[in-house]
Design a binder for this molecule. Structure first.
Ligand SMILES: Cc1ncc(C[n+]2csc(CCOP(=O)(O)OP(=O)(O)O)c2C)c(N)n1
Ligand SMILES: [Mg+2]
Length: 331
């Protein structure tokens, strides 16, 4: 069956997937350049190699749905249409950033997009997402929560607590595990007993579960179209495991020399962006020129974002106590 045929994905949608994956990759390349210039400081975790997950999954959501994620969050934010300039400015710690420069790389947040944050504590986002799903259910809203996590989060107590309550209360939530085979320098094979079948953990909670190729944007999207429909029609929560690989180290400070060269080479050959481009060209869906045009548009967007961030002001000192806790703010 030709690409996208099963769910009638048209050329515009498929090229948009490509553009978004490419935007994330180039955005983070620029972040690394800005890091070496000292414009971005602190922790910086890039998502390279995993872009197909955020793009394919988030494109299956409705605007009212919630997205909650971990600290490797730029790709999810950009997939949710959080403004590229504002994400870059947040990384620079500037007042024009999504959290006025006080969140940084790991805490991108944009309530206007129902993008409820990047969280630095491994597993910390799971109870938050379950709470949002509970609120949605309680208010009788047509609104689900999509909660991303790394494979490392499966070993946290919060995973058990959130999965269990989500199943007991049949919450409208999708737990999405990005299994990139490592938690920092530790292979998941050394830390998780069921590392070859993480999705089966959901069986312990009586929760429907699925596994998908996390480097295939269309496969992720098609699965998410099905799962969001199930969750929306009241069939209860779901768990998805997507197998993928982070091409680079855990953070930009990690040379990742604990990984066998052949393993890295294998996964580089499965890089989701060139693979998708080749597939679309082979199926005659788009020409080299069309891709070059998309790439040029992405490059312009990145240059503009870096200029915006660099020319923006830092927060004023008296902004230090603002926005720390706001009374009466309703979601
Ligand atoms: C509760 C907690 N323990 C430890 C850490 C330190 N830490 C930061 S990232 C990380 C690895 C997490 O790996 P995984 O969930 O697989 O996500 P990935 O980085 O692979 O995307 C650890 C242990 C933390 N942030 N929070
Ligand atoms: Mg991991």
């Amino acid at each position: 069956m030709a690409i996208g045929e099963r769910y009638n994905l048209n050329k515009t949608q498929l090229l948009d997937f490509y553009r978004r994956m490419r935007l994330i990759r180039e955005f983070e390349r620029e972040c690394e350049r800005q890091y070496t210039r000292g414009n971005i400081r602190g922790f910086l975790h890039v998502y390279s190699g995993e872009e197909a997950i955020a793009v394919g999954a988030i494109a299956a959501l409705e605007p009212q749905d919630y997205v909650v994620t971990h600290y490797r969050d730029h790709g999810h934010a950009l997939s949710r249409d959080v403004d590229t300039n504002m994400v870059m400015a947040e990384l620079f710690g500037k007042a024009t950033g999504t959290s006025k420069g006080k969140g940084g790389s790991m805490h991108i947040f944009d309530a206007s997009r129902n993008f409820m944050g990047g969280y630095a504590i491994v597993g910390g986002q799971l109870p938050v997402a379950a709470g949002l799903a509970l609120a949605s259910q309680y208010k009788g809203e047509d609104r689900l929560a999509l909660c991303f996590m790394g494979d490392g989060a499966l070993n946290e107590g919060e995973f058990h607590e959130s999965m269990n309550l989500a199943a007991v209360w049949q919450l409208p939530i999708i737990f999405f595990c990005e299994n990139n085979l490592y938690g920092m320098g530790a292979p998941s094979a050394d830390t998780l007993a069921v590392h070859q079948q993480m999705y089966k953990l959901a069986d312990a909670y009586g929760m429907r579960n699925h596994r998908v190729d996390g480097n295939d944007v269309v496969a992720v999207h098609e699965l998410m179209l099905q799962v969001t429909k199930d969750v929306r029609t009241g069939e209860g929560p779901a768990f998805i495991e997507a197998r993928t690989y982070r091409i680079q180290g855990h953070s930009v400070a990690d040379p990742a020399n604990y990984r066998p060269e052949e393993e890295v080479a294998y996964w580089r050959s499965k890089d989701p962006i060139p693979a998708f481009r080749t597939r679309l060209m082979e199926e005659g869906l788009a020409s080299e020129e069309e891709f070059d045009e998309i790439d040029a548009g992405v490059d312009r967007e990145i240059v503009a974002a870096a200029e915006f961030a660099e020319s923006s002001p830092f927060p004023e000192p008296d902004a230090l106590h603002q926005g720390v806790y706001e009374e009466g703010t309703a979601l």
